[in-house]
Design a protein around this ligand. Structure first.
Ligand code: NAD
Ligand code: DAU
Length: 347
């Protein structure tokens, strides 16, 4: 099996690459990544010498490069994670999201269709997507696989568009695909511009914790290794032309999550109880901020037996410990461009 994993140097992608490279020594894992600000080969240091792991630096938007790659390596499967993934950045620069998330996905679909056109037997295009395509929930209800798409941010609109292209290639060209739509991930190697790692970093440095709006926005959090395990299951046992929702059954209002994180950090850093909480600062809201996401993961549970294995309290402790034990990683990813990004977004 020659397996192409795109975006493998990013947060979730690195956990997926590690899982596949370690669990399937007879697969050749090709990690294709452009190494944008969010991609970091440090995330894969522990497996870079495995004989079945190969890194390719390249951009999915570059059509000739993608075609050439598919001509050179006979891929049996694609797990596509490469994306621009941060909502706040999409508000600043929507076009870069269209390029990578839409055009990049279509380039991969075209290349897979062309190379596999003789026979789709045992081939699979796995598109990793998000629950944000469904838009925002009110106080009640859950997203199911049949919930209508209703994206609100340039990021979620670009992911929704890429999902539609994948499904359209399944209908029009019979390309064998699966799509998963997952809720908010957290865990090691999470780039510190997203809520949990940003706040861990700021607490370490005694910097303000910028909570958007009233902090009553709700997300459904899943430990990243549980997502990687779900991807493994769906890749091997999911049904073609199907969508599966993946979620943590774990809803938190941002402000409650932040207070829990503050308690865990105070304990781990040996600070007085309540000291991190004092850093909470309410700031201007994100435009078009989705009120609530919550996933109904019954289908993947019933069909494939998947469920989260890590409780939120365990996962958060593990995550905090990882960041405290990997201060060098944190220092490296927050130098240079990160400082510019931070002052632009939060000054
Ligand atoms: P990330 O931003 O941490 O990583 C994205 C990776 O893609 C990086 O390594 C980056 O270098 C690479 N990349 C970006 N543009 C590229 C391009 N043009 N060509 C090649 N590589 C490129 O993202 P993540 O949080 O790990 O998310 C991975 C995927 O999972 C995305 O498709 C995202 O939409 C989806 N997702 C994320 C979450 C979450 O909570 N983070 C939840 C559900 C779904
Ligand atoms: O739901 C899945 C999605 O989860 C993924 O598709 C995205 O790639 C991923 O980034 C994430 O999107 P969110 O916008 O939910 O994640 P983020 O960490 O940016 O924000 C989580 C919540 O915290 C959200 O309600 C906004 C809020 N927030 C975020 C930041 C960065 C703050 O209050 N302050 C902040 O500084």
């Amino acid at each position: 099996m020659n397996l192409l994993i795109t975006g493998g140097a990013g947060f979730i992608g690195s956990h997926v690459v590690r899982r596949f490279a370690q669990s399937y020594p007879n697969y050749h894992i090709y990690n294709l990544d452009a190494l944008t600000y969010a991609g970091n080969l440090e995330n894969l240091k522990d497996i870079e010498d495995l004989p079945n792991y190969h890194f390719i630096k390249g951009n999915i938007v570059d059509e000739p490069f993608i075609n050439d790659l598919f001509d050179k390596i006979n891929f049996d499967g694609v797990i596509h994670l490469a994306a621009e993934s941060h909502v706040d950045r999409s508000i600043e620069d929507p076009l870069s999201f269209v390029r990578t998330n839409v055009i990049g996905t279509v380039n991969l679909l075209n290349a897979a269709k062309r190379i596999w056109s003789n026979s789709y037997d045992k081939k699979r295009f796995y598109h990793v997507s998000t629950d944000e395509v469904y838009g925002s929930l009110g106080q009640e209800g859950l997203f199911t696989e049949t919930t209508s798409y209703d994206p609100n941010s340039p990021y979620s609109a670009s992911k929704a568009s890429s999902d539609h292209f994948v499904r359209a290639y399944g209908e029009t060209y019979k390309l064998p695909f699966v799509i998963t739509n997952c809720s908010n991930n957290y865990g090691p190697f999470h780039f510190p511009e997203k809520l949990i790692p940003l706040f861990i970093n700021n607490i370490i440095q005694n910097k303000p914790l910028p909570v958007y709006g009233d902090g009553k926005y709700t997300r459904d959090w899943l430990y990243v290794e549980d997502h990687a395990r779900a991807i493994d299951l769906v890749f091997h046992r999911g049904k073609n032309h199907e969508t599966y929702n993946i979620g943590g059954f774990n809803e938190w209002q941002n402000i409650d999550l932040v207070k829990l994180l503050c308690r865990v950090m105070d304990k781990k850093l040996g600070r007085h109880a309540g000291s991190s909480k004092n850093l909470i600062t309410y700031v201007k809201d994100r435009p078009g901020h989705d009120l609530r996401y919550a996933i109904d993961a019954t289908k993947i549970n019933k069909e494939l037996g998947w469920e989260p294995s890590v409780t939120f309290e365990e996962g958060l402790e593990k995550t905090v410990e990882w960041y405290l034990n990997n201060s060098e990683w944190l220092k490296n990813v927050t130098s240079g461009d990160y400082q510019e990004y931070y002052s632009k977004m939060y000054s």
